[in-house]
Write a protein that binds this ligand. Structure first.
Ligand SMILES: [Fe+2]
Ligand SMILES: [Fe+2]
Length: 162
């Protein structure tokens, strides 16, 4: 059954548009991350609605929930990037520096956004990052760096059956 909430839901990133790479642990991490960011996106929409009705009390509760999820997301991303960096090191991926530096830049950007939210709760800034900047970055990154890293590791002996 389609409800009003379903039809108006703002989608951060459709998981079907993200290509599968050759290594499952990477795919699983990517899907987990998309789900987590969608939860943040849903809270952003809720926060914007509560502000629309000037319900400050509800707004501040949602703001705290957003903060909690943002910090959870930072942790998830940190583990995600570290795991891929380790894979690259193990298989001596030649473009390690390029891939790892994309991780560093993205992680620093996320830290900024989370700190901004912790101190100012600027919903437009956060919304722009979650619905515009991050999905674009994530799609491009998976489609390029993650894709070739996984291919390289598999070609160089990564055991797909483990
Ligand atoms: Fe990744
Ligand atoms: Fe990556």
């Amino acid at each position: 059954m389609t409800t009003l909430a379903d039809t108006t839901k703002k989608v951060v990133l459709d998981p079907d548009t993200i290509p599968s790479v050759s290594i499952d642990f990477m795919n699983n991490t990517h899907f987990e991350e998309i789900a987590l960011v969608q939860d943040i996106g849903d809270l952003i929409s809720l926060y914007q609605e509560s502000k629309m009705y000037t319900d400050e009390g509800a707004g501040s509760k949602v703001a705290k929930k957003i903060a909690r999820l943002l910090h959870q997301w930072l942790e998830h991303t940190k583990a995600h990037f570290e795991h891929e960096n380790e894979l690259m090191e193990e298989y001596q991926f030649p473009a390690y520096a390029v891939h790892a530096s994309e991780h560093d830049v993205a992680y620093a950007g996320m830290q900024d956004v989370v700190q901004q939210w912790d101190s100012h709760q600027n919903i437009e800034l956060l919304s722009n990052y979650i619905f515009q900047i991050w999905p674009k970055w994530f799609s491009e990154h998976v489609n390029s760096m993650d894709m070739i890293t996984a291919q390289y590791a598999v070609m160089n002996g990564f055991n797909l059956n483990l």
